[in-house]
Design a binder for this molecule. Structure first.
Ligand SMILES: Nc1ncnc2c1ncn2[C@@H]1O[C@H](COP(=O)(O)OP(=O)(O)O)[C@@H](O)[C@H]1O
Ligand SMILES: [Mg+2]
Length: 260
């Protein structure tokens, strides 16, 4: 049963162990519609593993994930994508042998043209849908400022352009919730600014909800309504940037408590 008024994402008592390592240890949090929630924490804190479980790339050892009130624990990435959950990766995941435009087009949900029977039974419908996808991909390219590389192979794009393409692919998905893993990693300050502006724009004007992992504290402070700090697989703190700054445990988590 769907619950539209509840949180869009509800993570309950999530756990993941790799052998003896407890990468994620009893994590619970929620993300509400329209929010931008930041996830921060030192390397190895369990941030990416948490995203992997939510996005269906890995199964949890314990706990459950609810998307708009539906228990989606253990569903595949593809099934979750169809339900409106999109994610980007710490390292870009483009199709290098396809053009930028094609990369956007294949990210669109429910491509009827891929279904041979749909093509045979309803060629007009398939054709109309394809035209819509082309138009949307064009608009997305314009939004990203990547029109000039529309027909270049994505493998030949710069690191920054690949980051933009990752964001564009989530836009094509009509996603309800977008998980961004370090959108600022390896990106120059100008592009960082631009990516931040785009996320704000998509949030404020298109109603996209975001949950993002990021090391750049300026970007986190600028974008996020709420911040969750992870350390050693657990939630250390949940609150505003001010709460984060004023918490001595956070400083310990980042710099160690050895007093060096
Ligand atoms: N596939 C894996 N196999 C074994 N250990 C893993 C695997 N993925 C992550 N880990 C371990 O789990 C912990 C959390 O990793 P990760 O979620 O990538 O942290 P973060 O993204 O916060 O840097 C680390 O100790 C890491 O070495
Ligand atoms: Mg990570």
């Amino acid at each position: 049963m769907t619950n539209k008024s509840g949180p869009i994402l509800d993570v309950r008592n999530l756990g993941k162990a790799y052998g003896g390592v407890r990468a994620v240890n009893n994590i619970s949090f929620q993300v509400n519609k329209g929010e931008i929630v930041g996830i921060i924490g030192p390397n190895g804190a369990g941030k990416t593993t948490t995203f992997n479980i939510i996005a269906g790339a890995e199964r949890p050892s314990a706990g459950e994930v609810f998307l708009e009130g539906v228990n989606v624990t253990g569903r595949s990435t593809e099934q979750l994508y169809q339900l409106g959950l999109a994610r980007t990766f710490q390292l870009s995941h483009e199709y290098p042998k396809m053009t930028t435009l094609e990369n956007l087009m294949v990210a669109s949900k429910s491509q009827y043209g891929e279904n041979i029977f749909m093509n045979w039974l309803y060629p007009k419908l398939v054709h109309e849908r394809e035209a819509e996808v082309v138009q949307k991909a064009g608009e997305t390219l314009e939004f990203l400022g990547l029109e000039h590389v529309a027909h270049q192979l994505a493998g030949n794009l710069s690191g920054g352009q690949k980051k933009l393409l990752e964001l564009g692919r989530t836009m094509m998905a009509d996603a309800q919730l977008i998980l961004l893993d370090e959108p600022g990693a390896g990106v120059n300050p100008t592009l960082m600014q631009k990516i931040g502006d785009m996320i704000t724009d998509l949030n404020e004007n298109c109603g996209f909800t975001f949950c993002l992992i990021e090391h750049d504290m300026e970007l986190i402070e600028r974008l996020c309504h709420r911040i969750i700090v992870l350390a050693e697989g657990q939630i250390l703190l949940e609150g505003s940037m001010k709460d984060v700054r004023n918490d001595p445990h956070v400083v310990d988590a980042y710099f160690g408590s050895s007093g060096e």
